[in-house]
Design a protein around this ligand. Sequence first.
Ligand SMILES: Cc1cc2nc3c(=O)[nH]c(=O)nc-3n(C[C@H](O)[C@H](O)[C@H](O)COP(=O)(O)O)c2cc1C
Length: 200
Amino acid sequence: MELSPNALTPEETYKLLIGGITPRPIAWVSSVSLDGKVNLAPFSFFTVASANPPMLCFNPMFNSEKMPKDTLRNIQEQKEFVIHSVSYDDLEAMNKTCHNVDADVDEFEYAEIEKVASSCVTPPRIKNAVVAYECKLNRIVDLGEGALSGHLVIGEVCAIHVADDAISNYRIDADKLDSIGRMAGSDYSLTRERTTLSRD
Ligand SMILES: Cc1cc2nc3c(=O)[nH]c(=O)nc-3n(C[C@H](O)[C@H](O)[C@H](O)COP(=O)(O)O)c2cc1C
């Protein structure tokens, strides 16, 4: 079957993207507004943008009212954020932080997640995250203005935090991280079953 995005609604095209690009890693992003309101939310349109300089990117889409989400607005204002990897143990707390709550609700408190001060950015980070990347905004690439339009946020990493027992010789222990991926809808994948292919 061949489908043309031009003949589909944005919602139909969205389903074809999230169903075929799986599993997606999840950026759990903390940010803060200029008047100090803290925010935490998950985003699975997420990847490494560059290793040198170290840059990460994720994509907070406009919502169905064509309005920016709190995370995007905070980063437009404050130009800093922290990206945490999501472990299986975080699944339920992470899910709570995607609820559509008022901008003045601190999702750390709402989802009962402990926060600590970051080192080089203003937004706090999750104390028990296995891995966290503090980022300063490099640029936002606006890819449209409609509902579900992309707003690619690219940040340069200024500090990396790894749980002491999850790192050895700069290698992060995949079992300790126990990361999860986003499938379509409400499904998630685990990373506990892996395969190894040695290079010739
Ligand atoms: C696992 C997961 C991944 C998500 N990925 C995205 C995404 O890539 N882009 C997006 O705009 N929303 C995504 N969402 C929805 C946002 O998390 C949700 O709209 C959230 O309320 C935004 O919070 P904010 O308004 O506080 O920024 C995702 C939700 C979940 C649970």
